[in-house]
Design a protein around this ligand. Sequence first.
Ligand code: ZN
Length: 99
Amino acid sequence: MRPGDDAAPAAEDTGAVPDLPHESPEPVTPAPALVCSARGCRAAAAWGLRWNNPSLHQPERRKTWLACDEHRERLSSHLAVRRFLREVVPVDELTSGRE
Ligand SMILES: [Zn+2]
């Protein structure tokens, strides 16, 4: 096999490029709605999953994933299995009770 044979451009398939639309009807969205953190999901988030990885974070630190109704269970179980999940709160509580 010659080196050039499989050197086709693969930039589209590296996963490094965000899946951004090429054109947007609204050029600027100053305060985008909270969107589900699940990969490829663009649904509005309904839940905040508050979690902490003790091996990476201070105990009082909280990371937050956002989840729509559809992905709440999947994302929370992903965290719960690792014992990272601390609490699940409605997304309203995240925005109103922001630290
Ligand atoms: Zn989702």
